[in-house]
Design a protein around this ligand. Structure first.
Ligand SMILES: NC(=O)c1ccc[n+]([C@@H]2O[C@H](COP(=O)([O-])OP(=O)(O)OC[C@H]3O[C@@H](n4cnc5c(N)ncnc54)[C@H](O)[C@@H]3O)[C@@H](O)[C@H]2O)c1
Length: 484
């Protein structure tokens, strides 16, 4: 992009953003954290060669996949990486730094002070998400942060606050919503193809050790080859344990259980498709049924959520389930059920089934009609015929519409493309900005709270506050971190 064209786009986006938000004062002032995000112009330019220069913080499994997906977008360059385990820094240099110098460090702060880094990918365990994201935004970096956006509910508003103040672009990483089947489902729901939604169910079952998070531990893991103290961060201090470092999802000090790891993808999809802000009541039950390997989170969990009626949808119930010990037939689907049909998603396709009841209820068969006396039957029939003319008696034929995602579709790259497009436009309007990200994360974190404390959690999806908590406003989230 030429400088003059970029200046033009920036000026345009600045003007548009200010018109939409009522001026910079309103954006940076006391805008409450309610409703749509403010689209604040990003006033800091990208690198002079017009490439967006990225650094990945956390070069583990997803750090590698995210980096590869990011680099599939045009004009994006990886300049630095951070990780706490030396083996992964070495691996990153080999995988991504073959033809150039790649800065590699254990200390993510060294990445944030580099002027040649425009954007960071935060791909670390969940307990580090909020810290690194906030520091990165304060340092003037755009942020792509993995899901769930935060580990605890009380960390959400400080992240949103930092994002609003920074004017930087931020994307949360539940990449499936950037696939065409989610976009198609959204189009169908908004077009009224399934009538009013009344129930949604979604599950993500597995039955294998790696699926249950028991990832391989490198045999050279030691206090020399990795930074254990930094890994612990604000989690309780404890002696070195390689299993905790490499299988952190199994421990609630660092991860967010099946809810934060997997429900979050399901709920993100549902909020995207239905334009919902979130549930008001959340209840979970579950058990550690099979993987009794020292983990302190359940491997079977079902959560029920009540979604209230809004301008966008009727009230509905949602049931989410993960079973890591399902030795039966696994069929992982999301079903959105309405009073005129349902949408069922699986990996790469979507099936819409339309079914509309006739106005006339019918009678006979397994019904009380046969128990009536003959004269009453006759009387009933006369009344029925008068009330329901012929045209009200036939149901619309059941119709099935199948949508297959394009063969080589890559939702992961598309999610990054949306992020980089917004970085270039100087816009904060990503598909999964932190307000959206928190509205998905908070209810799933509440699922954990419900499970561990054995209670119903009440949540206000508009103000993004738990019942009994004060409603914070932008700029007002201060003070020390407290676990919730
Ligand atoms: N969007 C998706 O589909 C998806 C899929 C998998 C994982 N994730 C998310 O990605 C994140 C990482 O998961 P993973 O499976 O790659 O974990 P991982 O354990 O494989 O990798 C995490 C890496 O972060 C490093 N790390 C930890 N603390 C750090 C710090 N303070 N500074 C720098 N590096 C640090 C560790 O050394 C480790 O190599 C998690 O939040 C997870 O929920 C998302």
């Amino acid at each position: 992009m030429t400088p003059s064209r970029r200046t033009f786009i920036k000026t345009l986006s600045t003007a548009t953003a200010l018109a939409a938000t009522g001026g910079i004062q309103a954006v940076l002032g006391n805008t409450p954290l309610v409703g749509a995000p403010a689209y604040i112009p990003n006033l800091v330019g990208n690198s002079p060669n017009d490439k967006i220069r990225i650094a990945t913080i956390g070069m583990g499994i997803q750090g590698n996949y995210d980096t590869m997906a990011a680099l599939r977008s045009p004009d994006v360059e990886l300049v630095a990486v951070s990780d706490l385990y030396d083996g992964r820094l070495e691996h990153a240099k080999t995988a991504f730094g073959k033809d150039k110098e790649l800065f590699a460090t254990r200390d993510f702060r060294e990445i944030l002070t580099r002027p040649d880094v425009d954007a960071v990918l935060v791909v670390v365990p969940d307990h580090w998400h909020d810290h690194i994201t906030i520091e990165a935004l304060k340092a003037g970096k755009h942020v792509y942060c993995e899901k769930p956006m935060v580990q605890h509910i009380n960390e959400g508003k400080p992240v949103i606050d930092a994002w609003k103040k920074s004017g930087k672009t931020m994307q949360v990483g539940s990449q499936r919503i950037s696939s065409s089947s989610f976009q198609e489902a959204k189009r169908m729901v908004q077009a009224g193809d399934i009538g009013q939604i009344n129930y949604i169910e979604s599950n993500n079952d597995r039955f294998n050790a790696i699926g249950a998070w028991n990832y391989s531990v490198p045999p050279d893991a030691s206090l020399t080859t990795l930074d254990w103290d930094r890994f612990l961060g604000d989690a309780p201090k404890r002696p070195f344990d390689a299993k905790r470092f490499f299988r952190w999802r199994n421990y609630k000090d660092y991860g967010t259980g099946v809810a934060g790891d997997l429900f979050v993808h399901l709920i993100t999809g549902v909020h995207f498709v239905t334009n919902s802000l979130g549930p008001t009541r959340i209840f979970s039950s579950g058990n550690l049924a099979y993987w009794k390997d020292g983990r302190d989170v359940p491997d079977v969990m079902t959560s029920v959520m009540d979604y209230p009626k809004t301008d966008n949808h009727e009230a509905f119930q949602m049931v989410l389930r993960v079973n890591f010990a399902n030795a039966g037939k696994i069929s992982n689907v999301t079903r959105i059920i309405g009073n005129e049909g349902q949408i069922e998603f699986s990996e790469d396709n979507l099936i819409l089934t339309k079914k509309k009841l006739p106005v006339a209820p019918g009678y006979g068969g397994y019904d009380s009609y046969f128990t009536f006396t003959e004269p009453v039957k006759q009387q009933f029939k006369e009344q029925y015929d008068a009330q329901y003319p012929q045209e009200t008696r036939t149901a619309e034929p059941v119709k099935e519409v199948r949508f297959d995602a394009p063969k080589n579709e890559d939702a992961h790259t598309a999610h990054f493309t949306d992020f980089f497009k917004n970085v270039r436009l100087g816009s904060q309007g990503t598909i999964e900005d932190p307000v959206f990200g928190f509205r998905a994360a908070a209810p799933v974190l509440a699922c954990n709270e419900s499970y561990f404390d054995q209670k119903v959690v009440e949540w206000d999806p508009v103000t993004m506050t738990k019942k009994g908590q004060p409603v914070a406003v932008a700029g007002g989230a201060k003070g020390k971190k407290k676990r919730a």
